[in-house]
Design a protein around this ligand. Structure first.
Ligand SMILES: [Zn+2]
Ligand SMILES: [Zn+2]
Length: 281
């Protein structure tokens, strides 16, 4: 059995994942995972990206309960939500979320709005990002990055979630939009201030492996791991998979990167309790 073989951040066709919830559970069992969590996106502010809708939350939790009853003897299954910080009202403190039977929640930023109130998704494919950056912000990448980190700061201040998702996710699309941007002093300052602020948070911090295979980047980026180590952040390694064949994508390479940076423990959820586990490769 592989150690540290868990994933607590995943999507399926209740949101923008490609495949039924059951297919992801079966794939997790097939590759020998010990614990797996499903965390669909809460309602997005705009189409076309699919997210949970007011009338689908019930079905989402019903389907999860069915799968836990069916497969719970083979793998620990958990259900959560990836909740966006959109504004002062739509964020992880929304009373609605507290009424739902989640095992934990993930807080994240995926959207920023321009002064006309038009939303832009900062995540997803670069082509969509590039077009939206032109349409909504006239290509002002610095403004978009600034808004992303402002929203990220508001998310941290808001709290009321268990795991902070992909702290510097904007790095991938921003660096494709403008190569070299991550080395600019103003960018480094924004990212540093954000990661440094996580030390005060009452939550775990995700190390997101989603883009490692294709883009050679984890979130937070390897350049921030010395700071992450110094701050002693409580880390959870997740694949944030949207495809059944990607549920452990980048996982072991990322654990190795953590070890190389002198980080030897990660957090895992077992038997309903979060705890710290040695990285054993
Ligand atoms: Zn996310
Ligand atoms: Zn996600």
């Amino acid at each position: 059995m592989k150690h540290n073989h868990t994933n607590y951040h995943s999507h399926c066709n209740f949101c923008d994942g490609r495949g039924a919830m059951e297919d992801f559970v079966k794939a997790a069992i097939a590759c020998g995972m010990t614990a797996y969590g499903i965390t669909s996106h809460t309602t997005f502010p705009m189409p076309p990206v699919k997210s949970l809708q007011p009338h689908t939350y019930g079905k989402y939790f019903e389907e999860f309960a069915r799968l836990r009853a069916l497969y719970g003897g083979q793998i620990e299954l958990y259900v959560g939500l990836e909740i966006d910080y959109l504004d002062e009202v739509r964020n992880p403190r929304m009373p609605f979320y507290a009424t739902l039977p989640t095992d934990y929640t993930i807080g994240g930023v995926h959207f920023v709005a321009n002064e006309r109130g038009e939303w832009m998704c900062t995540d997803g494919s670069f082509e969509r990002f590039r077009d939206a950056a032109q349409e909504c912000f006239g290509g002002d990448i610095r403004r978009i990055v600034d808004l992303f980190y402002t929203k990220s700061r508001l998310l941290v201040q808001c709290g009321n979630f268990d795991i902070l998702a992909h702290p510097d996710k904007i790095a991938l699309n921003a660096s494709q939009f403008e190569p070299g941007i991550l080395q600019e002093a103003w960018y480094e300052e924004l990212a540093y201030n954000h990661i440094n602020s996580l030390r005060n948070g009452d939550f775990l911090v995700e190390v997101n492996t989603k883009a490692l295979e294709q883009h050679n980047r984890i979130f937070p980026g390897v350049e921030w791991l010395p700071l992450v180590r110094k701050l002693g952040l409580k880390l959870v390694v997740n694949s944030d998979c949207h495809d059944v064949d990607k549920i452990e994508s980048g996982r072991y390479e990322t654990l190795r990167l953590l070890q190389d940076a002198g980080i030897n423990k990660v957090w895992e959820l077992h038997a309903g309790r979060w705890g710290e586990y040695e990285i054993k490769l």
